[in-house]
Unconditional design. Sequence first.
Lengths: 526, 387
Amino acid sequence: MAHDATHAHDDHGHAQPSGIMRWLTTTNHKDIGSLYMWFAGIMFLIAGTMALVIRAELFQPGLQVVDPEFFNQMTTLHGLIMVFGVIMPAWAGFANWQIPLMIGAPDMAFPRMNNWGFWLLPVAGFLLVLTLFMPGGGPAGGWTMYPPLFIQGGISYDLTIFAVHILGASSIMGSINIITTILNMRAPGMTMMKMPLFVWTWLITAYLLIATVPVLAGAVTMLLTDRNFDTHFFNAAGGGDPVMFQHIFWFFGHPEVYILILPAFGVVSQIIPTFARKPLFGYASMVYATASIAILSFIVWAHHMFTVGMPATAQLFFMYSTMLIAVPTGVKVFNWVATMWKGSMTFETPMLFAIAFVCLFTIGGFSGLVCAMTPVDIQIHDTYYVVAHFHYVLVSGALFAIIAGVYYWLPKWTGHMYDERLGKLHFWLSVISMNITFFPMHFLGLAGMPRRYADYALQFAEFNAIASVGAFLFGFSQLIFLYLIIKAIKGGQKATDQVWEGAEGLEWTVPSPAPYHTFETAPVVK
Amino acid sequence: MKRSALRPLLGKTLAALSGTMISGVVWADYQFNLREPQSALARDVYDLHTLINLVCLGIFIVVFGAMFYSIWKHRKSAGHKAEHFHENTTVEIIWTIIPFFILIGMAYPATKQVLAMKDTSNPDMTVKVTGYQWKWEYDYLKDDVKFMSTLSTPRAQIQNKEAKGEHYLLEVDEPMVVPVNKKVRVLLTAGDVIHAWWVPELAVKQDAIPGFIRDAWFKSETTGTFRGQCTELCGKDHAFMPIVVKVVTQEEYDAWLAAKKQGAAMAAADNSKTFGKEELMAKGEAVYNANCAACHQANGAGIPGAFPGITGSAIATGPIDAHIDIVLNGKPGTAMAAFGNQLSEADIAAVVTYQRNGLGNSVGDVAQPVQVAGMKGGAEAAAPAGN
């Protein structure tokens, strides 16, 4: 509490611009964290609406709502925006808010680059949405941008490439900032092996970003020159190879899925000990497991390409390496269960989402194992089984962890408790509708329905109708979440400094809401 | 346990589960599992999938049984006090090593299947399959039989103007026909973008990549009609280029092949004939609807911004040679394909005539097969210099 007085005093020392300029020029990690979160939230509504257009079209066989060309634009933009405009910015928002608070640093290492890194995002988001209003409509070649299909399109395809470049630049700036902050600005006594697991997972994520985003930038640059400057990187007629794009893209793309999920592992590893009132089981093995997953993620990329016709040795190598990932991932799940074991558990909304994460993410892990087996994958590649798989790891995985994290830290950010009753309603609606939406997709894929289809054969009608009903329920349930956040910002029951009975860590030692500047004098960690 | 014994086990479990879930609903419409395999390889894949599912189910029950037991017993509201253990190296080592051995057990059958799938040696016959936006071409290499296979579901069904048929979106005008119990090697490539050729019952899926040839094989043990679809996003009509494989007895296959050869000879004769305008227009309309209408639309209006219209277009109302040229050679960098290697000269002459004198255009001239053939030869001769 002694901090309080000093902070109040310091705030007078800064001449803060007000209104929009405050947000445009801010270098404060908390402001920038909030900006990231709001950006992710807005893009979530946009890309979620696109998902509902997709599910509306797929409610019944035949074309009812949109034509196939627009349908493909929806699937492409839904994927691109959800990955680059929602999940990644949301994690960057958590990193900005929480990393300095959790390691006892006054701010991020490069505050001005932090500002620039964020403000690139709305530009890229704007470009992506703008594509829909270009002649010929938005990009319709899939979020994976495979040539030669991606070479065929119009101006919106170039805009998409520019947007991906800008998003990549933003990610790299964010990563450099996060790595530098974690390595240099930890409070005295905060050794690496004392860092909260969320900080560890983000440190490893940031390295993955720095290693892979330039690879993506290279791949899309080659697409750009193939499209506009008559190069033939991916054109067989000119000596190129379309499959080379897939290798380069997935060399980025597979680590990318861990970029999306590792911070989720971190958040869940913060939440479960808090509500089990028991320290995280196997802290060191969690760190090693995270690092192992990150390293393995660089040698599994071609499991996305089992049907391109690789030699048997390559297929076997990528099958074995992919299966290996199950080992460290399993360790994590076992550790979470062991953390709960013989704890003293309560089930506030963050804990509910964290438990749902452990259970449903594991279902996504199991279907991942099924996909890892090359002969089985050849059957289910590019079918709805894969759609089910990656939505289990991204919706009930990454997204549920983001939601859990927001509920967990919202009292610290706003100073007010959220409405617990509505939070639980949000949880139950989300978890039920999520399963109604995505579980039947396993059956659709096994029965033979390919993905990215605007229309389908009659035997797939029933499960598609069920999935569509679930999707609308899930989509509208998220409005409760938005309402809850706004309500907590405006007021509500005052949060204590510690907020949760079992919470431990530096962020819970500062007042709620966290003052504009924290840890100007570094705390000492014993 | 014998591998094939695993298969009915999971099927029964799923059937029992779903039976309670959806009693009273028509069973046949809820397919929960892979389709009934029709070859030895497909059966192995089916069994491998069942095996992995059972392993996963077992792990799931153990791990989440423990978790939900803990959630129930170790609640604060039940008065449980937290213990403070948080490390146990022995346990960590055990749950790292056990999954490793389970994985090895799964990798063994999978490895055998990968090797079997890749073994395309000593086929009984070879068919080259080429993917185009949005149709498949089958080329029986040793028999000089080559044909296009396009979706035969009427557009009116897709637009919900007619009732949908039993094989909605899974039917073609010309199926691929192969004999039963013969190892069929398929060579796959594509003319424009990447497609993928998939027949679920035969467990064969292979990307068709422009400029490269990949191979795969299948050997059906039963006769019947097996239906698959394109599984690599290839543009707007990705959902409308199904694959139909008709597996027949050797005698039926021989008869089919002979009929095909005769048909090909008659079509070749068309290429040296001179047609009247009426004939060309009638034939041209059919060719247009099968090959052009997907992008340029059945009425020739196109889709503004994405696909140019034919009605009133500079090409369709301009010099006829330029018109034939773009149909023959396509327009690089766009979805406009080179139809010179997909359609016969008679077909191209007909469709050009139709585009110039139908769809709201009335230029008046006609194209003849010989004219197209002349330009085709010329274009081929000029190609090396042009590039």
